[in-house]
Design a protein around this ligand. Structure first.
Ligand code: NAD
Length: 311
């Protein structure tokens, strides 16, 4: 069993770190927010009061932070991960961030002779609690093999996507498909309503025809056809529209840098941006259907529960 440092004990990080403890690892956790560290201590973790305390002596250091700038800061600052890690430590960044930052930090780790993987997740808070996350891993074969048994304590599916940054690349490409397809499915259900078609009828037919996709069959944006979808609980997240917008923006940024044309996801980004601006930020991303029906987002948001994200 390993000595692990865990940085970022938020909605995702805390349950992930708890699962490492359950698997028998010794975990020292650090978060800027001391209340998060205190919660971790009551769950059997060791709470560090400074970043370097969580890193020093750890065989593996895992980070689960909000954005690329936080990852740069935590890894590269004086007294940060790279400066504090012991020789031979393995570094795992599970945050969802931009590909460029993931590659820059991995390159800096290599200069320090430290192995690193980017390992963003899908599966949301429910998956983090249950230990059933999917990890999309970017890094060398050797680093992947070292990371795999650690990730298995927090996830069910661990896939090697390729070299440094490839985990992030796969994650944002996947969520780009999801963001675009959720809008397409929502538009179809709104049109069906206008044409007097029962949503269940559209579902029964399209889910067996060429319109079939995950956004429809696992996460249907209208109540009824898929009882577990957020539409059945007033679009309580789930995976918030704010998170979807973050991932779509990362995809747009990557498309710009790499010269890929991505007009559909540009349109999806603009729509989610409007939805978020009109008050839909904490609503599940499938709540975009309200926005497409016209003018309902802001009104509904005032009654939407303040629950954080998923996926
Ligand atoms: P969160 O905001 O709940 O947690 C992030 C934690 O990091 C916070 O507790 C914050 O205090 C801490 N933090 C920030 N800067 C820090 C620093 N410099 N040092 C130490 N701690 C610091 O976010 P989350 O929902 O847990 O998401 C984390 C990452 O996982 C994000 O990149 C997100 O995109 C990704 N993700 C989230 C979900 C989800 O459903 N929430 C799903 C998939 C992926």
């Amino acid at each position: 069993m390993a000595q692990i440092g865990f940085v970022g004990l938020g909605n995702m990080g805390l349950p992930m770190a708890r699962n490492l403890i359950k698997a028998g690892h010794t975990v020292t956790g650090y978060d800027l927010n001391s209340a998060a560290s205190d919660r971790f201590a009551t769950d059997g973790g060791v709470a560090a009061t400074a970043l370097d305390m969580a890193c020093m002596g750890a065989e593996v250091i895992i980070t689960m932070l909000p954005a690329g700038k936080d990852v740069r800061d935590v890894y590269l600052q004086r007294g940060g991960v790279l400066a504090s890690a012991r020789d031979g430590a393995l570094l795992i960044d599970a945050s969802t961030i931009d590909v460029e930052t993931a590659r820059a930090v991995a390159a800096a780790a290599q200069v320090n002779e430290l192995a690193m993987v980017d390992a963003p997740v899908s599966g949301g808070m429910a998956g983090a609690e249950a230990g059933t996350l999917t990890f999309m891993v970017g890094g060398s074969d050797r680093a992947f093999e070292r990371a795999k048994p650690i990730l298995e304590a927090m996830g069910k599916t661990i896939v090697h996507a390729g070299g440094p940054g490839h985990g992030q690349a796969v994650k944002i490409c996947n969520n780009m498909i999801l963001g675009v397809s959720m809008i397409a499915v929502s538009e179809a259900f709104v049109l069906a309503e206008k044409l007097g078609i029962d949503p269940q009828k559209l579902f029964d037919i399209a889910s067996k025809a060429s319109g079939q996709c995950w956004a429809m069959t696992s996460y249907c944006p209208v109540p009824g056809p898929v009882p577990t979808s957020p539409a059945n609980r007033d679009y309580q997240a789930g995976f918030t529209a704010a998170m979807m917008l973050k991932d779509l923006k990362l995809a747009q940024e990557a498309a710009k840098v790499s010269g890929a044309r991505a007009p559909m996801s540009a349109a999806a980004t603009a729509l989610y941006n409007l939805f978020v601006e009109q008050g839909g930020a904490r609503t599940d991303f499938s709540g975009i259907i309200r926005f497409l029906r016209g003018g309902e987002a802001a009104r509904k948001e005032t009654t939407a529960p303040q629950e954080p994200a998923n996926n």
